[in-house]
Write a protein that binds this ligand. Structure first.
Ligand SMILES: NC(=O)c1ccc[n+]([C@@H]2O[C@H](COP(=O)([O-])OP(=O)(O)OC[C@H]3O[C@@H](n4cnc5c(N)ncnc54)[C@H](O)[C@@H]3O)[C@@H](O)[C@H]2O)c1
Length: 273
């Protein structure tokens, strides 16, 4: 479907690794809706992932950057403005990584050095992006900025470990920076709290398949797929949502409002608690 909602808009999408990545689907949908964009990921992800294919398909330049490094982010904004011929109308932060999870450290035994790295990659990088973009005057009036979050920021999902803290920080940064960017140039900042989604980062969470099925059964609409998340991002990047800011928007098929669902209870019939 192409409704031209993003015609003439310029964007930067961080975090497309392969065709399963949420950022990959968002980039495809944005271009379908008329946007031009640049893509960014770490040099290692560019080497080992498939983002080069996406760049070719969308005729989008790929600008390498470790999102925790200010000088790399400066390059992304400066080059993007050059390549796209002007300031940025939308930005997606689709970046997450837990060092402790990757190294199988349990939540009660966290390595705090690794945790700081996790928070830097998964949350502070969002602050750094907005601060760098503001300093370089790289955002257009009314621009729309999004980051992807998860409900573990509000509720306990033990296997999500330190990423719960990272997402809570990410959502808080969206609200706080949303104030400053809103006052400055009516720029909107929001987070989308997405259903479990089968991606490289998603599958890194212990017991992901059970997690996925449970949420799918609990939500009256079922889990929201990455393609639907891309649709929501398009709407949030468009002018139709120009007064939505500093919000965390649940995109989860209704999961976050549920208490009990007989479909889930049925799974336990005949099983001891
Ligand atoms: N998959 C899920 O179940 C799910 C659910 C809710 C929210 N999210 C969030 O969606 C976002 C995208 O994840 P995904 O599920 O598409 O997985 P993904 O693995 O495809 O994307 C994660 C991306 O982060 C990038 N990244 C890691 N370290 C980086 C760094 N230092 N600098 C720049 N980029 C870096 C990776 O290269 C990768 O492209 C993440 O924030 C994730 O937490 C995912």
């Amino acid at each position: 479907m192409n409704t031209g909602l993003l015609r003439g808009k310029r964007g930067i999408i961080f975090g497309a690794l392969d065709e399963h990545s949420i950022a990959w689907k968002v980039a495809e949908r944005c271009v379908e809706e008329g946007a031009s964009l640049t893509l960014s990921n770490t040099p290692a992800a560019i080497r080992f992932g498939k983002i080069t294919q996406l760049g070719e398909k969308l005729q989008a330049e790929i600008i390498p950057a470790d999102a925790t490094k200010i000088e790399d982010l400066e390059q992304v904004f400066t080059k993007s403005m050059e390549l796209l011929n002007g300031p940025i109308d939308f930005l997606l932060h689709s970046i997450g990584m837990s060092v402790n999870m990757r190294k199988n450290r349990s939540y009660t035994e966290l390595n705090y050095e690794w945790m700081l790295k996790t928070l830097d990659i998964s949350a502070l990088s969002f602050h750094k992006m907005m601060a760098t973009g503001m300093r370089l005057d790289a955002f257009n009036e009314g621009a729309s900025i999004l980051a992807l979050s998860y409900i573990a920021a509000q509720r306990v999902f033990p296997d999500y470990s330190e990423m719960a803290e990272a997402k809570a920080l990410l959502e808080s940064i969206a609200r706080s920076f949303g104030y400053h960017l809103g006052k400055w140039k009516k720029i909107r900042v929001n987070t989308i709290s997405q259903s479990p989604t089968r991606t490289t980062a998603g599958s890194g969470v212990k017991g992901f398949d059970l997690f996925f099925d449970y949420a799918d059964k609990m939500a009256p609409l079922g889990n929201a797929p990455a393609e639907a998340c891309a649709d929501l991002c398009v709407v949030m990047f468009s002018d139709l949502t120009r007064y939505i800011t500093m919000q965390n928007i649940y995109h989860d098929g209704g999961f976050s409002s549920m208490g009990l669902n007989p479909d889930v209870l049925a799974l336990f019939k005949g099983h001891d608690a």
